[in-house]
Design a protein around this ligand. Structure first.
Ligand SMILES: Cc1cc2nc3c(=O)[nH]c(=O)nc-3n(C[C@H](O)[C@H](O)[C@H](O)COP(=O)(O)OP(=O)(O)OC[C@H]3O[C@@H](n4cnc5c(N)ncnc54)[C@H](O)[C@@H]3O)c2cc1C
Length: 380
């Protein structure tokens, strides 16, 4: 059995950042994929939304009462950008504050390949089990057994199994006595109940809306899809949605009552939305497409629903479409100065496998990188 100082389980975002900052160790990185950074490659539509102008713990969901702010502060978005710049990668900021690679995610993957050339790689290798025998970790894989003093679990979330995602990190955590916060797909489209099936008639249409779920509000694009609703604003809403109602304002920033005043225009022409949406919406509230000045006061009341359309989605599009996983290894049983298990010496958990999920906009990669950096530095 070959022995290492540290074995990193996974070769994704957090594993690569960890390995970069552990230069002097004899290390092995294991991944089922044939190349490193598979999720980085597809992230941000292939251009990797690597971080955001503004990052704080309020952009993340975790069921722990312990704050992740100190971890984010230890390696902020500015530290990340400086790190990327100093290694020849210059992400560009968009007007919405999100940073993307200028050409493709490969810029980041290639950077990490260079920075982790000191690490042994076992790619195309599935991790099957981790045990601790006589003080040493034994990692069983489809490529044989490896021994290590330390194991860093960086196996990510459950979405996109076609590029290697699995629950092995959660299995390892549970085996060593850790609590697993129930996992759910997040940053994902929402499916509909019969009263909202009229949305399906609008498949392909995108519109700017405001969405409210519990105390959180987002404004952005909603895309009507055959399966339900998706688009950035819905993905963000899904992070906070736990069954129950969400509220859509289909005309944020506009006052429908003011708009109707004195107008002789037919509703479907007057409303600044696509004609198809206007017609289906009017049908759903049982209102004829008539001139604005012919509406009764009760009809105007019904029309006001365009600002306050509440309904309960039936579920999500699931892990195959989700950009992240809510839940995971509880933060309550980790040392948040190092990400080490409070139960098992030498066992660490970083990145999406932990019970931290971020909003859309570069937050999940920032978490993967911040938690990995902290972990690596704690061992230095
Ligand atoms: C389509 C899509 C787009 C996204 N876009 C963005 C974005 O633009 N910005 C952003 O911030 N976040 C984005 N995310 C989320 C982000 O990519 C992840 O949160 C981040 O990669 C998590 O890093 P990680 O190191 O924890 O896990 P990962 O990067 O997922 O790495 C985990 C690795 O572990 C390996 N692994 C798992 N199980 C096993 C096993 N049993 N044996 C061997 N290997 C195993 C996997 O193959 C994988 O390579 C996106 C996610 C998806 C799915």
């Amino acid at each position: 059995m070959k022995r290492y100082n540290t074995i990193i389980l996974g070769a994704g975002a957090s594993a690569l950042m960890f390995a970069t900052h552990q230069r002097h160790h004899n290390m092995l990185m294991i991944d089922t994929n044939l190349s490193v950074g598979a999720k980085i490659k597809i992230s941000g539509g292939g251009r990797c939304n690597v971080t955001n102008r503004s990052v704080s713990s309020s952009n993340f969901v975790s069921s722990s009462s312990r704050s992740i702010e100190p971890i984010l502060e230890r390696f902020t978005q500015l530290d990340l950008l400086e790190f990327l710049n100093s290694n020849g990668v210059y992400p560009k900021i968009r007007t919405d504050g999100q940073y993307f690679c200028t050409k493709s995610s490969e810029e980041i993957i290639n950077m990490f390949k260079k920075l982790t050339s000191h690490v042994d790689l076992s790619l195309g290798t599935k991790i099957l089990e981790v045990e601790k025998i006589d003080g040493e970790f034994v990692v069983t894989t489809t490529g044989g057994k490896f021994g290590a003093k330390r194991v860093v679990v960086a196996t990510g979330g459950l979405s996109y199994t076609k590029i290697g995602a699995s629950d092995i990190g959660l299995q390892i955590a549970a085996k060593f006595g850790h609590t697993i916060v129930v996992t759910k797909p997040a940053l994902v489209g929402l499916t509909l109940q019969p009263p909202q099936f009229w949305f399906k008639e609008l498949s392909g249409i995108s519109m700017r809306v405001a969405l409210k779920v519990k105390e959180k509000s987002f404004e952005g694009d909603l895309l009507f899809a055959h399966k339900g609703i998706t688009g950035p604003v819905v993905l963000n809403g899904s992070l906070y949605w736990e069954r129950g109602e969400i509220v859509l304002d289909f005309l944020p920033k506009l006052n429908i009552v003011k708009m109707l005043k004195g107008s002789k225009k037919q509703l479907s022409t007057l409303l600044p939305v696509s004609k198809r949406f206007a017609k289906e919406f009017l049908k759903s509230i049982d209102l004829d497409d008539k001139s604005a000045n012919r509406l009764s006061s009760s009809e105007i009341e019904r029309l006001k629903l365009i600002h306050n359309y509440s309904f309960a989605p039936s579920g999500t599009f699931g892990y195959t479409k989700a950009e992240t996983t809510k839940g995971g290894v509880s933060l309550d049983e980790l040392d948040l100065d190092s990400m080490q298990s409070l139960f098992v010496d030498g066992l660490y958990f970083i990145g999406e496998v932990t019970d931290v999920a971020g909003e859309l906009g570069g937050y999940n990669l920032q978490w993967a990188f911040s938690s990995a950096y902290l972990c690596a530095k704690s061992m230095a």
